[in-house]
Ligand binder design. Structure first.
Ligand code: SF4
Length: 234
């Protein structure tokens, strides 16, 4: 008869500490399971004197999650620190990891063209990612990695204070809307992230594989442009 572990039952997701105990019972001396990530303790208003540079330099030494182990560079983000539009993708790829700049590969070049079509130069908007270090093999960032990096992104948004956030692709759209839905259901619909209007659109990398979806992205970006045009200048 198959022996069922006392730590495992169908549908039960084992926590790392339980898994460590289980592996210990099996005779492991040291568990190969990394400790759970610890997100920074609070996300409140930026501290006095804190700015994007000081936040970036804190992130540069960050080891809060396992993505620090294989990264070459922390890709914090770049652009106008007072941009009206902030684009947020999921995480850096190989080229971004090498250069330390977000969206500089093929998908980045397409994003540049999308930004230009909206009437902006790249340096007039702000571009960042949900996680600041490259997930190995360009996989999607895991939930605990996104949670560990959340305070950096939230601080960035607070410091920049964009009028509109554009979420690029599913991981960023899900993280920012909090809705576990498909991109088909999320794109083209306004929601808000901590009080800032949010528009999810397809990721430029998806558009490279599915050029036909560029039409939908353009419709979504036109909604963004219309909203920007109707926002009174301060
Ligand atoms: S992804 Fe974010 S939380 Fe994880 S190590 Fe990099 S900066 Fe830190």
């Amino acid at each position: 008869m198959m022996r069922v572990s006392p730590y495992v039952s169908p549908g039960f997701v084992m926590k790392n500490k339980d898994l460590n105990r289980y592996l210990g019972d099996l005779g492991w001396r040291r568990s190969p399971v990394p400790p759970e990530s610890k997100a920074p303790p609070c996300v409140g208003p930026p501290a006095a004197g804190e700015n994007l540079e000081s936040l970036a330099s804190t992130a540069a030494g960050c080891t809060l999650c396992r993505l620090s182990e294989k990264r070459q560079t922390v890709v914090f983000g770049e652009g106008d620190p007072k941009a009206g539009v902030m684009f947020i993708g999921e995480g850096p790829g190989a080229e971004e990891d090498r250069t330390g700049r977000p969206f500089v590969g093929q998908a980045g070049q397409l994003l540049d063209r999308m930004i230009f079509a909206m009437g902006f130069e790249r340096q007039e908007v702000y571009i960042a990612n949900v996680v600041k270090c490259r997930p190995p093999g360009n996989r999607d960032p895991k939930e605990d990695e996104v949670a560990a990096c959340a305070a950096y992104l939230d601080r960035q948004i607070e410091l920049i204070g964009p009028e509109i956030i554009v979420a690029l692709g599913k991981p960023a759209s899900r993280r920012l809307t909090g809705a576990n839905k498909s991109m088909g259901a999320l794109r083209g619909r306004w929601s808000s992230y901590r009080g800032t209007p949010l528009m999810p659109v397809f990721h430029p990398a998806f558009l490279l594989r599915n050029p036909i979806a560029k039409r939908e992205v353009w419709e979504d970006l036109k909604l963004v442009m219309r909203r920007l045009a109707s926002t009174p200048e301060e």
